[in-house]
Design a protein around this ligand. Sequence first.
Ligand code: FCB
Length: 440
Amino acid sequence: MPEATFHFPDDFRWGTATAAHQVEGNNTNNDWWAWEQEEGRIKEGHKSGLACNWWERAEEDFDRAAELGQNAHRLSVEWSRVEPREGYFDDAALDRYRAMLRALRERGLEPMVTLHHFTNPLWLAEMGGWENPRAAILFERYVARVVEALEEFCDLWCTVNEPNVLVYMGYLAGVFPPGKQDFQAGMRAGRNLMRAHALAYRRIHALQPHARVGFAHNLRIFDPANPRSPMDRWIAGLQDRGYNEAFLAAPIRGRWLFPLGFGFAWRLRGTLDWIGLNYYTRDLVAFDRCRPESLFGRNIHAPDAELLDGGYGEFYPDGMERALKRLSYLDLPIYVTENGIPDADDDQRPRYIILHLHRLWRVLQGCVPIMGYYHWTLVDNFEWAEGWTLRFGLIELNPETGERTFRPSAYLYRDICRANAITPEVIDQYAPALRPVLLP
Ligand code: FCB
């Protein structure tokens, strides 16, 4: 009998995901650049600097992605480049993005364009950022300019990346700009981000009727630390609702859910053509009444869990399956818009990729429309508050010299993309320890 091969659908999208500020370099005009200049904000005082120098040389990495058998790429447009001053749009910046998208198409990589990935133009930050209700309207105007400029090359749009992460990190934990620990401000910002998504959704469709528009949702698994403890179960449920559910209820059901808000959000309803899943890890949650900022939960790891580098979380592939099954009830096409692991020496990544894709494959067997998978990320890039300490790339980068080195996982992912399958050969070559697990 031939050994099991896990095949993917014929038109499956295999890509990697990136974000402008993390790869372009010299994004001097946004709130993140300013944040990096403040002492103590970024681990080891790292700065994004030239990053992967994509503003000058993205095409060279697109060559590498194509060489690695990929057929899709998710990147973001930097608002502060396109609209460096309020109401002033820079055609040269839009031309550069046109050139990038043309270059992707020429290499057989279908672009998905994210319109907001964490960074805000300084002028917007100065007027209160996402707490200011005008932000959504200003975002809509910027989106219209981008879509008009790029529609020739793109019809797959991701409005906002991870509004829940932005709210949590920027307004509750205070480790992303604007660095607040203010619950009310965070919820205001969250609602305005979701309004911005809805306005952008409608505007994009008015400009490009066949567009496919969604947003990338970071879905984290929250399990009770002690499943027999009602308090742990209650708090895990509350965190799940605040972090995962509330941001879906607005665009799907037209409802604001606590803690994001109360009441109807009619104008947001029905504003998704697809949903993006960014899945990384899970938390166990224990009740802790001294932590109001995390809805009275202490987030810990399972005692027997394999951990990821830099305290990033648990190695938990079943979470991919659980997250996808949960999203399948939305009855929308799903893209895995991010999934990846910080792993400088690449000793966990091969198993991580194979196991997460295997769980994705299992969900596909239930006829769930999963359209593609974008691994985070192609080349090591500037990892926000973690600076250059966490390395998520299939390709290693020396940020000082710009030198790139392919990690074994780059070839592993290439072989999966090319075969459109996880084959026994791939398992044997890159992660033989998984043979008894996957090919019993
Ligand atoms: C996600 C972000 C992305 C990257 C990965 C590791 O939450 O969207 O920019 O930082 O985490």
